[in-house]
Write a protein that binds this ligand. Structure first.
Ligand code: FES
Length: 255
C-alpha cells in the first residue's frame, strides 16, 4: 500500500515499482498499440493509457508511469504531471468500488452532506480512503451534472439518484458483500474499478446501451418545449462565421 507515515513521507509499495510479468507486459503493449493507433500524435493517447494502467494495477503505479512514458516518448515527469492532475487517476491502491458522494452545493443542501457523514462513519473512512478489505474507496465528488436527481451518489461513475443516508449505506454494504448492484441509470450493474478503467481506456464492454440514459426529470424541459411547440432560436446569418474566417480562426487557435 502507498500511504503517508506520521512524518508525512510517502511510502510507495514494492509492487508499484516491480517490473510487470512478461505476459502482462506483452498484453499491455498490444493494448497500448491499439490505443495509440487511434491518434494522429501518439502523446495524445496518454489519458486512455493511464486508464489502461489502472485496469491492470488498480491505480497508476510507478511502473505504469514508466510504461506510458516509454510507449509515448514522454518523460516520467510529464506523465506524472497528468496523472496527478485528474482525480480519476489514483496514485495509491483504490478499492474495487469508488463511492463518490456529491457534496457540491445543490446535492449538499438536498442531503449530500448528511449522506457523506453517515457513510463515512459507517465505513470508518474519510475522503480518498479505502476500507481494510479493499472493497470501497470513499470520495467527496463535485457536481456530476445530475442535480435534477439530487442528492446523487456515484459508484465507479454510475449514477445512483435521489439517495438517502440509508440507501447509500445499503449500497456500500451490498458492494462489500459481493452482490450485483444496479445503478438508477446506465449499465445494468456496477462493474469493478479495473473493469471500468478498461472501458475508459477505450475497450468497450458491450454495456453502453444497457438501462435508461436520461430519466424523466432530465427530459421534463424537452417535454414541455415539445408540448408548447418551442424550438431553439436560429442564430442570424451574420452571427455565423464565414467559412474562410472560420478556417483562419481555427488555424490561429491551433498555434
Ligand atoms: S450538485 Fe450534485 S450533481 Fe450537481
Amino acid at each position: 500500500m502507498t500511504g503517508h507515515d506520521a512524518s508525512g513521507h510517502l511510502h510507495v509499495s514494492a509492487e508499484s515499482k516491480a517490473p510487470y510479468a512478461a505476459d502482462v507486459l506483452a498484453t499491455l503493449r498490444e493494448d497500448a498499440a491499439a490505443v495509440v493507433a487511434r491518434y494522429p500524435v501518439k502523446r495524445s493517447a496518454l489519458l486512455p493509457l493511464l486508464h489502461l494502467v489502472q485496469s491492470v494495477d488498480g491505480y497508476v503505479t510507478g511502473r505504469g508511469i514508466e510504461f506510458c512514458a516509454e510507449v509515448l516518448d514522454l518523460t516520467t515527469a510529464e506523465v506524472s504531471g497528468v496523472a496527478t492532475f485528474y482525480t480519476q487517476y489514483k496514485r495509491h491502491p483504490n478499492g474495487d468500488y469508488t463511492i463518490g458522494v456529491c457534496t457540491n452545493t445543490l446535492c449538499a443542501i438536498m442531503g449530500g452532506d448528511a449522506i457523506w457523514d453517515a457513510v463515512s462513519e459507517h465505513l470508518g473512512i474519510g475522503h480518498d480512503e479505502t476500507t481494510s478489505d479493499g472493497k470501497i474507496t470513499l470520495e467527496r465528488v463535485e457536481c456530476n451534472a445530475a442535480c435534477d436527481y439530487a442528492p446523487v451518489v456515484m459508484t465507479n461513475w454510475e449514477f445512483f439518484d435521489n439517495q438517502t443516508p440509508e440507501s447509500t449505506i445499503r449500497l456500500a454494504d451490498d458492494l462489500r458483500a459481493g452482490k450485483d448492484v444496479r445503478p438508477t441509470r446506465g449499465a445494468d450493474k456496477v462493474c469493478t474499478f479495473k473493469e471500468v478503467s478498461r472501458v475508459l481506456a477505450g475497450f468497450h464492454d458491450g454495456r453502453a446501451d444497457e438501462g435508461p440514459a436520461a430519466g424523466p426529470a432530465s427530459l421534463l424541459g424537452l417535454k414541455i418545449a415539445q408540448e408548447r411547440g418551442w424550438t431553439a432560436p436560429v442564430p442570424p446569418a451574420s452571427a455565423a462565421p464565414a467559412p474562410a474566417a472560420e478556417s483562419a480562426a481555427k488555424k490561429g487557435a491551433s498555434k
